[in-house]
Design a protein around this ligand. Structure first.
Ligand code: CA
Length: 655
């Protein structure tokens, strides 16, 4: 929906005809009572009050004492479907600036607990003129209001709402941008303030261009560790009942809203989660970019993600109950975190050999029994004893590979390696399944320090020798996690072959620098509308925040910074791992930009090829499907990736 600057009221109304009522709706002014008297420079309940919004005088204005979560609006007496909104900024220099990111809401509960957005002000439109926004929301509202942006006193000179009486329906809601809008309204307007206290709220998620609406009772609190120190807070939502959210595969109560404050590309987690999928990770958390509004205040572009917990379509292992204290039941499942922040948790332990601090995701620290805690602590110590040491190169008992799953550890490492993520060994999720002797690594999580975003190791790509995490030069690690990793990667030659196998498999399946660059472009395009609002709310593009090594000055430059890192990092990893895409029998030639001597397209299960000479078609594992003239149609035997070759040129075909 575009802002429209229109000329003086009467003429416009005549032109617009039946689309909205000829005069603004009347109602009872309602709003924040504590106002600000600029003359006396003090709090007031009689000067600059909400009635000034509706007195028809552009010189009188509303100004609240507080500068956040304040509002003014109308009780219309009965529901109205709103078709248009008008506002006039306060008549001072840059008065319109106080309105940018101001949000218009409709509700049917007088406390606005069921409020949904009907419009947001994206740009200033000049002072002291009436600005209009067309509204296309099908639901009728008795209560309508304007919520001022953070940092201003809700200063507006005039407000107008237009519409028709009616209950309306749920066919059309308003999304702030092309991304889904997550709308949180807390009871009594209380703001989440820590990780312990859950504030009751209603969460409304508007998606599919306003055609899908989910609205549920929930609780909200802050989450995270370092990321919680920023003014843009990360949150955890807990629905009262298990809920399916957007197109997430899991049905669950708990979901996270990642703030990405230090990640100005707003996409580092997205890139790494997709990388993990390409590397064959067992489970990768669901993640979707959204806009977040809390109590009418626009909070920015976030990522709505799975909470890391145990359930179907998340970490899918047996869930322990407090009764599971012996026998097979006691052997799992456990979802633990080797956790640099473990000492901030209620229940945690340190392992005996590598001093790994371990905290719990499942069973929850409130539910874990002493038997379960003892079991998993003993188990971690046993796994550690299976590793060779300098003093004891031949491990006592069984070799570590019997109790430690190296493929999942390597997939986790490689995902972090692609990102050059310094947090790789600061927080590592580990899984112990029931009746399974092995300790598994995963899921991957938290990449905001990756992609050259950490001044402590900047630039990661300048490091020579082995790759960055492989020889464990991580800037921070929980306990002696880096030494444990060294045992796997440096003191065990069979790991080298395993890394190459996993990397080759991913590269042959299409993972490449070009693939990542294409994902970056697609994601940047998807985030563009939202990032514009985000950096109006948080104007930090010229500022180093968190661990930023550089501040690039614009969103486009931040994205290009990530692109540039990727262009260097993938060839670097190929070299370190010992993979040459140009001599790989499957991939050779694919990396070159080929001038097509043949053209092709897929239709159903048929590959149609047109051209001169001979072609061959292979499956990804090198099996020939076709050898013969280039002008042909080939039946593709199964879904998968195929390589089409013509002389020195080849193309990857996804079917
Ligand atoms: Ca006024």
């Amino acid at each position: 929906m575009q802002l429209k600057r229109l000329f003086a009221g009467a003429a416009v109304l005549a032109v617009a005809g039946t689309s909205f009522a000829a005069s603004p709706l009347k109602g009872q002014p309602i709003g924040t009572a504590e106002c600000f008297d600029y003359g006396k420079n003090m709090k007031s309940t009689t000067v600059n009050t909400v009635v000034n919004l509706f007195d028809g005088d552009p010189e009188t204005f509303f100004a609240t004492y507080e500068k956040a979560y304040t509002w003014g609006g109308l009780d219309l007496g009965q529901p109205h479907v709103i078709t248009r909104i008008g506002w006039t900024a306060r008549n001072i220099k840059n008065g319109e600036r106080a309105v940018i990111l101001g949000l218009f809401e409709g509700a049917n509960s007088p406390d606005f607990s069921d409020a949904v957005p009907i419009a947001i002000v994206k740009d200033g439109q000049g002072d002291s003129v009436m600005n209009y926004i067309d509204v296309n929301v099908s639901r009728g509202f008795r209560y309508v209001r304007y919520v001022g942006p953070s940092g201003y006193r809700c200063q507006v000179a005039e407000l107008e709402f237009y519409g028709e009486p009616g209950e309306g329906d749920d066919s059309r809601y308003y999304q702030l941008t092309n991304l889904p809008t997550v709308y949180v309204n807390t009871v009594n307007g209380e703001i989440p303030y820590d990780k312990e206290h859950e504030i009751p709220c209603t969460v409304t998620i508007i998606s599919e261009d306003g055609k899908e609406v989910l609205s549920k009772s929930a609780g909200i609190r802050e989450r995270g560790n370092a990321s919680r120190e920023f003014p843009k807070k990360p949150y955890r939502i807990k629905f009262e009942k298990k809920t399916s959210v957007l197109d997430a595969p899991a049905e669950a109560k708990k979901w996270t809203l990642l703030n990405n404050y230090g990640d100005k590309s707003l996409m580092r987690n997205i890139l790494s989660f997709e990388t993990a999928k390409m590397l064959g990770a067992d489970y990768v958390p669901f993640c979707r970019a959204v806009d977040v509004v809390l109590n009418g205040e626009y909070k920015g572009c976030y990522q709505l993600c799975d909470q890391i917990d145990v359930r179907e379509n998340r970490v899918d292992i047996d869930e322990l109950t407090p009764e599971d204290n012996s026998g097979e039941a006691l052997t799992g499942g456990y979802l633990c975190e080797i956790d640099g922040y473990a000492d901030q948790e209620k229940v945690w332990f340190t392992t005996s050999r590598y001093f790994l601090p371990v905290s719990f995701k499942s069973p929850d620290e409130d539910d874990i029994t002493p038997e379960q805690l003892n079991y998993i602590r003993d188990y971690f110590n046993e796994v550690e004893r299976a590793f060779p040491s300098d003093n004891n190169p031949e491990p006592m008992g069984y070799p570590y590979r019997d109790v430690f799953d190296t493929p999942s550890f390597i997939r986790h490492m490689l995902t972090n390696e692609v990102a050059g993520n310094t947090d790789c060994y600061w927080s590592v999720y580990m899984i112990k399944r029931r009746n399974d002797p092995k300790l598994y690594t995963g899921p991957v999580w938290d990449f905001d320090l990756g992609y050259n975003n950490d001044w402590r190791v900047y630039p990661v790509t300048s490091r020579s020798g082995n790759s960055y995490l492989w020889d464990c030069g991580a800037a921070s690690a929980a306990g002696n996690m880096r030494y444990l990793a060294q045992r796997v990667f440096l003191k065990d030659e069979s790991t080298t072959a395993e890394i190459l196998d996993i990397w080759r498999e991913a590269r042959r399946a299409g993972f490449s620098a070009d693939w990542l660059l294409e994902l970056i472009d697609r994601t940047a395009a998807e985030l563009d509308e939202s990032q514009t609002l985000n950096f109006k709310r948080w104007p930090i593009l010229n500022e180093k925040v968190h661990m930023n090594a550089v501040a690039m000055g614009s969103y486009e430059s931040e994205v290009e910074f990530v692109r540039s890192y990727i262009r260097g990092q993938i060839p670097h990893l190929d070299q370190v791992i010992g993979f040459d895409p140009y001599s790989d029998p499957i991939l050779s030639g694919v990396a070159e930009s080929a001038v097509a001597m043949v053209s092709w397209y897929v239709e159903g299960n048929l590959l149609h090829v047109d051209g001169d000479g001979e072609i061959s078609l292979y499956t990804l594992d090198g099996r020939a499907v076709y050898n013969g003239p280039a002008s042909t149609s080939i039946t593709l035997p199964a879904n998968g990736v195929y390589i089409l070759r013509s002389g020195e040129k080849s193309w990857k075909i996804l079917y």
